[in-house]
Structures are given as structure tokens and as C-alpha cells.
Design a binder for this molecule. Sequence first.
Ligand code: ZN
Ligand code: ZN
Ligand code: FE
Length: 761
Amino acid sequence: MTIRGAVQGVGFRPFVYRLATELGLEGWVRNSAAGVLIEVEGGSASLEQFLLRIERERPPRAFIQSLESSFLDPVGFDRFEIRASLAGAKTALVLPDIATCPDCLREVLDPSDRRYRYPFTNCTNCGPRFSIILALPYDRPNTTMRAFEMCQACRAEYENPLDRRFHAQPTACSACGPHLELWARDGAVVATRHDGLVRAAEALRAGAVVAIKGLGGFQLVVDARNDAAVRELRRRKAREEKPFALMYPSLEVVKADCEASELEERLLRSAESPIVLLSRKRREQERGAGGAACPVASIAPGNPYLGVMLPYTPLHHLLMRELGFPVVATSGNVSDEPICTDEHEVLDRLGHLADLFLVHDRPIARHVDDSVVRVIMGRELVMRRARGYAPLPVRIRGAGAAALAVGAHLKNTIAASVGPDVFISQHIGDLETPRAFDAFRRVIGSFEALYELEPSVVACDLHPGYLSTQFARSSGREVVAVQHHFAHALACMAENEIDGPVLGVSWDGTGYGVDGTVWGGEFLRVTGEGFVREACLRPFGLPGGEAAIKEPRRAALGVLYELFGDRALEMAELPPVSAFSTRERAILARMLRQRINTPRTSSVGRLFDAVASLVGLRQEVRFEGQAAMELEFALQAVACDESYPLPLGAAPSGASDAPRRLVDWAPMIEAILDDVRSGRAVATVAARFHNALAEAVVAVARDVGEAAVVLSGGCFQNRYLTERVVRRLRAEGFRPYWHQRVPPNDGGIALGQIVAAARGR
Ligand code: ZN
Ligand code: ZN
Ligand code: FE
């Protein structure tokens, strides 16, 4: 566990000692340049209490700017001790952006304070960091605050060692700092300062879409209770069904709409202040526009979760207090482009999306999206690592030469190693547009400048067609191409601080295999030497290739064709078949028969698609992973412990590097067809399917015989699947590991690539 912030020299270590001893935990605490490091071991209930009480009961002067915890293997300590501080060079640590602290919030809300209603208030305990740093060392002239000269009052605080703002680099007040302006679509200034904020709130109340320049970029905001306004935002963004995140005025209002555990509450109120996925409360009837609750049908259609965050800057606090109701707060971008950060660009880029623009003149040095976390197995799992987390390092064993990793293609992040520290960039996004590719190059450039990197190695994906791979190839440096699913497993091993051998279960939508086919249901035995593909999902054809990612019905046809050949195209009673016209079916039959534009895949993500299509849940998706998500949501309606047969068979002998075993979905698909034809509830089919996947993991784990099993890849964002697999593996005597600080999706690939480069392969 690492805790950063003003926690040194204020009785923090004795406090930790007392708390750990009281809870009967063993381990140690020590100071380091990176913050306070704590390692404790004991029962899981005591560890959970420890984590919650550290923040709740900390000494009053100890402010926590970041608290990252990971659960690791026990070491076997016999007592708790305070260890000597770690000496050594102060690593150039760039802190993430930190949510407004209670002291600053109090000032902003106090009519007698000189910072009353000042939306850019901050102190050494809170405020912008990563989003304003231009260069190191972290001094005001090296931040985007350099254009603002401090007034006398601010300078006096800045120079007073006893003041909370002593050397607070972005400190400012309404006399000397940045200011708000409210702009119309044509750029005309409608209002300024607090009046601008009040007018923006009025417009929101009236149903307008307002673009707000936040901490790491623009957000598009509408009244979440106003169904027509939410739908209008969807129409303008051409975002049909992907869930929107919400910002709530307070935890109390969140709790009216959502269930929140103690850990989820801690996350909502943390210095990182991420979007937390919460189960929404089921109500007999949705409250109307008068209440705090909002109509969720248009915010997150068909989704039992809501992505919720609390205000994290004074600007957000002031606005949310003015409003008193939740708002949709989604990234200010067009489809999957990077978030817009510059008010001089915003009218061009978002002019057609918003009615008004609440802007300010503190420049954003780099885009930083809101982070997304959820709780799985009682632990935090970061699904999008950006504001509040980036660029904190993950420490790896066996550091090699300085390396840069360029990630994969979707949900791209990059990473750089400096000694044992791996700095993972903020979420960049899908490298699908020129703007996204520009952002990717900018982030690499700024990382190289910030950390003075001179990487000798550039690690990339094995896929020759990825833009990130081509970037690596054109860098003029030594390139290490890392197989996608191997990188997933290595990332999960690295953050759990384990070495091989392990069984790596890497399940996702797509990744380039060493045999040139599309992998995604992989069981890799990972050792110090590399990996062996022990088993994979039985492959099937994907008619249309890329088109199949958007159309689950194509994956279903691929599976059916494997079983029934041409007959599959005549099974018009099945949803995936009837979803195509007779003409389309004829074309698809030819493609499947002659394998025209029909790549073979072992992807579990595509198997999810096939099953979602077969049960009639979804034939075409509006965003990546939608069909799999809906299958996960469907099973929540039942408690079902049964599973379909999903046996482990021998692979047909082929190339020497072919897997030994195949997970054969044929008996399962036959059973699903029986259930579909007999009208079995979708919820039951979904549960049996998930349970079968968990049994398949257990079967392969037994076959391979490694005690440690590592779960990675986008499929393990699925909470039910992950928890079921973890429980079943534990019950069978295995040691399962999953992601905590780094996303299981392709946002974690860059870390795995760095580890592979450090291993020299
Ligand atoms: Zn503060
Ligand atoms: Zn000032
Ligand atoms: Fe992946």
C-alpha cells in the first residue's frame, strides 16, 4: 500500500503503527521519496478495516493525496514495525491531480473568506498537478500557471512555511488567478466570473447542454433528470447507447439512487475522486423530475450500474451546489476522439454539441479524462486509469534498460520505465482517428521530455497493422514486439508482484496471435523464459472480419457453421439467422464455405457475442463490449449454479507451436440451442454460460498444474465472471490473481510490454 501526501513528519507512522497493532496486523511502515509505504498482512476483514480507518482516523494534519492499495501474497511477518526511511535519490515523481481538500472547500464556501466562490482555489494538499506540469522540477514557472503573477496576499502565503499554501505551485485567488467566462456558440462572452457560473447553471436547469472546461479537459454537461436534454445530448454526440457518467452534488443524493458499500464510498470521496460503478437501486417507480433521482433509461440504457462521481474541483463544487441535482458529465469529444482541452479549439470541435461554453484561462498542459473504477471481490479495480492515478508508477522487479512501450490499439495507454518504476500514461483512447494518433504522439513526447527518457528499446504489439506498432518501427530504436495476450498476463503478474511460472488466462475480444490468427481465449503458461500456449478456445470463423465485431450475429453464424455447415444458414428459427435477409445469408454461406474474409478466432469475447446473439439479446452492438455486458446484466435476474458442458479436448495435431488442448464449446452451444428452442429464460442461459466458462478455467488449471492463475484481458472487467472464476479456483486449491491498479483491458497492455522488454523478449 502506498500513501502519498502531507503525511510525513506529522505523527503518521506512529498512527499507522497503533492502528495495525490494534487490528492485529503484521508488517511495516516506512517513509520514502514516493510517499509512505505500508505493508501489512492479516485476515481480509482486518485488512479492509485498516484501509478504511487509515483515512477516517488519520491525524488531523496528515492529508492524504493518494492512497493506492494492492493485495499481494503474504510474506509471513511476525510483528508490525516502523522501519527506517528509504534513502536514495528523490525520484522525479509527478503527482496526479488531486480533488479539492476540505480546507479549500470551506474557504470557497465562506462569504468572509477572500477566496469565497473562487473556482480555482487550491493548496499544497489539493488541486491540479499532472494536468498543468510542463517540465520538472515542479515549480510555478514550469506549470501553465506561469502566466499568472501572484498578488501580495498569495505570495505571502506561498512564502510562509507555516501556511497551507507554502510552495503551492498553482495557488491563486480572484485578484491574481484565472477566471471564468461563459461563451455563446459564436464565441461572444455572455457573462464572466461567478455570474458566468450562475448563468451556466440557469441554462442547465432549462435543459441546455453546457461544455465546461474542467481539470483535464472539457466535459459536456446536462441536467440528468431531464430526459429530453439527455436524449438531445445523445443525438448530438451520435452516441446511441453507451452509458453516460453522472456527477452528483453529494454522497447523500448518490445514496438515494445507488447502493454504495463502505469501500465504494471511500472511493467516491477519495483524493483520486474517480467515476465509480455503483449498482443502482431498484425502485417500484422512478421518481419524477421533482425528486433528486433521475430517469436512467436514457443515461445508461438497460444497465443495472451507474457511473457516478462527486465534484472534484471548486468549480464543480460551486456549480453542483448551485444546481443541487445530478448532471450527466461526459467527455467533451466527438465519438472516440481525445477529450478537448483548449478553449480556443472548443468552438470548432464541440461547437455543434453544446449551447454554451463555461471556459477559463488556466491552460491544460495535457488531457486527463475522468478515471473509472469498480469494486470486484471487495477490492478496487481500475478500468480506466487517468485523473487521480496517472502518472503514478507501478514498481516492477528485474528492471532492465530504459524502455518505452506504445500499447495496443484500443483504449491505448503508453508506459515508460525509469529504473524499477514504470510510469503509465493517462488513458489516450482508441487510435482510430488522426486526432487520437496526434494525442498518442503528444503523450509520448511529453513523457520523454518530463522524465528525460532516452529509451534504448521500444516495445509494441505483435500486430503489424496497429498504428502504435508502426510508430515503434519508425522510431529508429530497437523494437521488441510482444504478443498481446502474453502482455496481458505479464501486466497482471507485475502489479501482483509475482514471477512465473503461472497459468495466464488472457481473455478478450481480439489480439494478434503468433500464428497470425485472431486470439482471445488463451491459456498461456508463463515462465521466466517466455510463454507456451497450453490451450485456447476452439477456433471458429468470423464472416466479415472487422464487421463481426459490430455484429454479434456474425460470430453466432461462425459458431453455427462450425457445427452444422451449410445447414446453419437454414435455421431461420434462430435469431442470428433470421436477422439476415435471404440474400445476405447466401453471401455469408459462400464466405464461410470458401473462407473469404472469414478469419479464424479463439476469442472468448466473440463467444460472448455469439451467445448474446443466439439467445436473441443483441444482433448488432453500438459500442465495444455491449453484447457481453448485456449477457452479464441478464444473469442478475436469477440465482443459478448450473453450468453447460464446456469440456477440454485434445487439439488436432498441427504445427509444433499449436496448443495441446482446446476448450470445446460444441456441446455447450448444442445445449444452448435446446434451451433457446424450449424457451428457457435468457437469465438462466446467461448464468449457465458464465458458470461454464469458470469451470473451463478450473479444468485447464488442473491440466496445466500451476498453482498460480493470473486473470487478464477485457473479459475480466465482467464482475460475475471474475468473481466466479476466483471463487472456483480458490475452492480447488489454486491461487488466483486479478487486476487492481491497472486495467484488465488493453489499457494495461503497455505495462506488460515494458515487463517483456525488461525480460529481454
Ligand atoms: Zn486544498
Ligand atoms: Zn492572489
Ligand atoms: Fe486485449
